[in-house]
Design a protein around this ligand. Structure first.
Ligand code: AMP
Ligand code: MG
Length: 332
């Protein structure tokens, strides 16, 4: 956490949005709300502006940025489109789906970390959409946190991590989804491949495309520091406190445990209580678990327990996305 924060939390009034759009056009950084997690945005067509993102986050240059657009017409400005991309865009945009496509030369290679491809998404958060429209530009925006730490899902989280690196944070309230977008590689539209699981599931993509979508590289198998695909580090989204994962958390174990260890249940464990007991959703509903996952990890991390025990989600689809983040959080 930073001691002296210079960043201001701003409400999305028309005059503020107009001012932030001018800042973005002038090459400044602005932290923005999205439905997935908060992003740190810059003009995607301006390499100098995007360089500031890497510096502010402490993000390595080999980790490419996602480019956000307001209208479908902007997709062909930044990427080579194909029929599969259009199908998915029409079905899931605006929304939490990122498409990886061959890059157009207008996108600086800094944004794609030197790759010949670019990742593009059309977000649904109304304030971010208004800002995108006002700038008239595609905006590159990775999560607005220090590289490797838990992603921010409130404006306060952004201020806690980057408050001394940036000036403006547009406050759009807590993120409604709370997990980063699903990323699908469509460079070869006949063989789409999931790069990162999210709330839009592989099964949903397969239904829309009518072809098999290859599974995401497994975080469980990944070795520390090894990158299976650009940016897909085994250790990521990590609190400072060591994390241990459990297929099912036992209430008895939580009750016996030293007070210095925290226990994070999926659902409210009605018979155990204590300052070291947490839960992600009262009923264990997965959208609620996803929405509160990062905020809970941050809160528990700040309490300086010696270890955080977390229960894995059960099932497929959204559970895979939640467990992917938990496995990366627990990787050492
Ligand atoms: P985030 O920090 O949540 O914005 O995540 C950005 C992630 O998108 C990167 O870490 C990569 O995993 C992925 N990504 C962005 N651009 C590309 C690309 N051209 N090819 C493959 N993956 C990409
Ligand atoms: Mg990130």
């Amino acid at each position: 956490m930073t001691a002296k924060s210079t960043a201001r939390l701003l409400r999305g009034t028309p005059s503020t949005l107009a001012r932030l759009a001018r800042r973005l056009r002038a090459g400044d950084l602005v932290a923005v709300p999205t439905e997935t997690v908060y992003g740190l945005a810059a003009n995607a067509l301006d390499a100098r502006a995007c360089r500031k993102i890497f510096t502010a986050k402490g993000r390595p240059a080999n980790d490419p940025l996602i480019v956000h657009i307001h209208a479908l017409a902007q997709l062909s400005q930044v990427a080579e489109i194909n029929a599969a991309a259009l199908k998915l865009a029409k079905k899931f945009w605006p929304g939490p789906l990122t498409l990886v496509l061959p890059k157009k030369p207008i996108v600086p290679s800094l944004v794609s970390a030197g790759l010949p491809s670019v990742a593009v998404r059309m977000p649904s958060h109304p304030l971010f959409r208004r800002l995108l429209k006002l700038t008239g530009l595609p905006l590159a925006a990775p999560s607005a946190n220090r590289f490797g730490y838990v992603s921010p899902t409130t404006a306060e989280h952004v201020r806690a991590g980057l408050g001394n690196k940036i000036k403006s944070i547009l406050d759009g309230g807590p993120c409604t989804i709370g997990l980063e977008s699903t990323i699908v590689d469509l460079r070869d539209p006949r063989h789409p491949r999931l790069l990162r699981p999210g709330v839009i599931t592989r099964a949903q993509l397969e239904r829309t495309l009518g072809v098999r979508v290859l599974a995401a590289p497994s975080a469980a198998k990944a070795k520390t520091g090894a990158q299976l695909a650009p940016g897909l580090l085994a250790r990521h989204y990590s609190p400072r406190t060591p994390v241990t994962l459990h297929a099912k958390l036992s209430r008895a174990a939580a009750q016996r445990s030293p007070a210095g260890e925290a226990w994070v249940f999926l659902a409210q464990p009605r018979v155990v209580a204590g300052k070291n007991i947490f839960w992600l959703d009262a009923n264990g509903d997965l959208p609620g678990v996803a929405r509160r996952l990062f905020a809970t990890m941050r809160r528990v991390d700040a309490l300086r327990f010696t270890r955080i025990h977390v229960e894995l989600a059960r099932g497929k689809g959204l559970a895979d996305a939640i467990n992917d983040r938990l496995r990366r959080a627990s990787a050492v």
